[in-house]
Ligand binder design. Structure first.
Ligand code: FA5
Length: 349
């Protein structure tokens, strides 16, 4: 062994060099190699320790302690750095593997609202913009709401307009699937005091034979305005505003005299058939026009049935088919596709 002073100074500089490399190691493998330099076969510390026995007795203790302390310091640095690397590796792994269940991954939409539901919401928006509120009523109705209060007592011939699905429950003929949304008018007038401006969308059912313009289950949206001094011009203006907003300003519509027991006078409103552009086709039965709904001024008999004074209050009402509107807006030749759930059709909207 060279002289102890230079031996100790060399060990000190080796210790400093290894300590620096431990501090900057970024992989556990690097630490294993450094551990070998501290206490493995090629370690200068191990070699120095082996030679301690050849030193004069008074130097053995000093050099022995210096080698021992240097090795202990480096070993504790190795342990500390290994722990640091493990902690950051663990953190990294946690970050990579963590499943963030709140994360919204942008993927292709797998589903959407049915075209008729989309239309219903769009129509509600049109009317909300015109100052109407949206109300709803039950799909199973009583004779009173579906017919009686609407000025159609039993055996009234107008009941024939609505071929009804009755329920086998209660008194025969007392409960039915509602045939139109007009009963919701009655419910609203019973529960609210005028003035009223509301639209009432919903599903309705009739024993109608399915064809290009009819299905037994379909949707209507009812409108009701009750106020003082309401005229037919208010009704006509409202319908024009709605058809313009929903079908676009170039759509052509017309009102034709009609009959409903709950309105007087009554009319039906039609738009030009969008399938043939008005020239006549199978969908419009060759007329060039498609009926969208019925309307009129609220019949005083209806006001009396719900306890509203017809001497004070006036009103208009309308009800049109949502499916029919969808059919005309999208130029669908046969309305039955709306009920068939064919994804090739539905996915287009
Ligand atoms: C009625 O249902 C009246 N309640 C409308 C009304 C309300 C009039 C308020 C006056 C005041 P109607 O039976 O004509 O009327 O039906 C209205 C609309 O529903 C029709 O113009 C059509 O657009 C739609 N409709 C009727 N039957 C069917 C059907 N089977 N399939 C699809 N749509 C239909």
């Amino acid at each position: 062994m060279s002289d102890p002073a230079s031996e100790l100074s060399e060990l000190t500089s080796v210790e400093a060099s290894i300590a620096l490399r431990i501090a900057t190691a970024s992989e556990p493998d690097e630490l294993s190699a450094l551990a070998n330099e501290v206490n493995g076969r090629g370690s200068v510390f191990v070699a120095a320790r082996r030679q301690i026995g050849s030193l004069p007795p008074d130097e053995r203790r000093q050099v022995g302690r210096a080698v021992h302390d240097a090795m202990k310091r480096l070993e504790s640095l190795l342990i500390q750095r290994r722990e640091e690397l493990e902690a950051s590796g663990e953190e990294l792994r946690r970050r990579v593997e963590r499943l963030d269940l709140t994360e919204v991954v942008p993927v292709r939409r797998r589903g959407h609202l049915h075209l008729v539901s989309q239309a219903q919401m769009e129509l509600e928006d049109v009317f909300l913009g015109m100052g109407f509120v949206v109300a709803e009523g039950p799909e199973i109705e009583t004779d009173w709401y579906n017919f009686e209060a609407l000025n159609m007592p039993r055996d009234h011939p107008a009941r024939g307009m609505f071929d009804t699905f009755y329920l086998r429950a209660g008194e025969p003929g007392s409960l039915m699937l509602r045939t139109h949304t007009s009963p919701v008018q009655v419910r609203l007038m019973e529960s609210e005091s005028p003035p009223i401006s509301a639209v009432m969308p919903g599903v309705v059912h009739r024993r109608d034979t399915a064809d290009a313009r009819h299905t037994p289950t379909f949707h209507q949206i009812e409108g009701l305005v009750v106020d003082q001094g309401v005229t037919f011009a208010d009704l006509a203006g409202t319908i024009e505003a709605f058809t313009g907003a929903y079908f676009g300003p170039s759509s052509r519509s017309r009102l034709r005299p009609s009959y409903f027991p709950f309105t007087e006078p009554s009319a039906e409103f039609e738009i030009t058939c969008t399938i043939c552009g008005g020239s006549g086709c199978r969908t419009c039965s060759g007329t060039g026009w498609i009926e969208l709904g019925g309307c009129g001024l609220v019949d005083p008999a209806v006001f009396e049935a719900v306890g509203i004074d017809p001497e004070v209050w006036t009103g208009f009402a309308f009800g049109f088919g949502i499916d029919r509107c969808v059919q005309m807006r999208h130029g669908i030749a046969d309305i039955r596709v709306l009920m068939e759930n064919d994804l090739r059709f539905l996915e287009q909207f």
